[in-house]
Design a protein around this ligand. Structure first.
Ligand code: HEC
Length: 275
């Protein structure tokens, strides 16, 4: 908390700019901000977030990823993925291409349901269609583990979020406005840290740029605590003294839609180590 208090009082007195444009124009604004904050660093490195400028952090990351301490969780997710439902079908039957190389299309806007569908919602909707019990979005042992394994089937796929129709753009804009809204007792927006100051050091920590964040979830913080992307959003909301929206809520789904679009073109990698 002391960290945040200092961030709030020292770095963010400047007012950030709200971007108003098409999704591609928005992405361009983020990219040009980061090219100033972290000159000479290729966008492909942004996927490493706060580790990108530290050789030590990256080599620690690589050695942890050689033998991930959280492998058991991914294995348990695999078990959930392959174990047949009572009707004999499995998760793979619910997805295009049996779930391989598809996660980079999520979230997407579903024109019939008129809402944004996240990957985790699609997993739950598969359970529902097959008469099985739904999983809680914040349960690391069920949804978390399943998501970690199911997303790993798309490792290497490039993020490919589409915002096409007017209705889809509406949801994207709602997500964007939440990203720029100042919240909590520290009165900070996501954009205050991960746009305006993304790629800048605060003390010994680099604030990760928004681009590249969405491609590598869930993460295992400290090598053991699983966070889905929306659980990570919730931690940042709490950190600024705001009451977080629920995982799976429309507000966080729209936020994830906007936020994931920013990472278009970057390769997915599920289940990674984070500090
Ligand atoms: C006070 C500054 C601050 C604010 C405001 C803030 N965050 Fe963060 N966020 C951090 C810090 C510090 C970390 C951990 C270091 C890093 O990865 O940037 C982090 C990490 C993250 C990560 C994980 C990055 C990774 O690679 O593991 C995501 C995703 C994220 N924030 C999204 C958000 C969203 C969405 C919001 C708005 C709801 C938000 N943050 C608001 C400071 C902030």
């Amino acid at each position: 908390m002391r960290f945040l208090l200092h961030v709030a009082t020292t770095v963010f007195l400047c007012i950030h700019m709200q971007v108003w444009g098409s999704p591609e124009e928005d992405r361009a604004v983020f990219l040009s901000t980061f090219s100033v904050n972290i000159p000479g660093v290729p966008v492909s490195q942004y996927i490493h977030g706060s580790m990108m400028l530290s050789e030590d952090a990256l080599s620690q990351y690589n050695s942890i990823m050689d033998f991930p301490p959280f492998q058991g969780v991914i294995d348990s997710g695999q078990k959930i993925w392959v174990t047949p439902f009572k009707n004999g079908r499995t998760f793979a039957d619910c997805f295009e291409n049996r779930g391989i190389n598809i996660a980079g299309k999520f979230p997407f806007y579903n024109e019939e349901l008129k809402r944004v569908i996240t990957f985790e919602m699609a997993l739950n909707s598969c359970l529902e269609q097959n008469g099985e019990r739904l999983m809680a979005y914040t349960d690391p042992e069920t949804m978390g583990a399943l998501s970690a394994y199911a997303r790993s089937l798309s490792d290497g796929m490039l993020m490919d979020i589409e915002v096409v129709s007017k209705q889809a753009t509406g949801k994207y804009e709602l997500g964007k406005s939440l990203y720029f809204r100042r919240i909590g007792q520290y009165n900070l927006a996501c954009a205050s840290c991960h746009l305006t100051n993304g790629g800048r050091y605060f003390r010994d920590e680099l604030l990760s740029p928004a681009i590249g964040q969405a491609v590598h979830f869930p993460v295992f913080r400290g090598g053991e605590r699983l966070y889905t992307l929306q659980m990570r959003y919730q931690r940042c909301m709490e950190a600024v003294g705001a009451v977080p929206f629920e995982s799976g809520s429309e507000a966080l789904n729209n936020l994830e839609y906007f936020h994931s679009y920013l990472s278009n073109g970057l390769p997915l990698q599920s289940a990674v180590y984070r500090r």
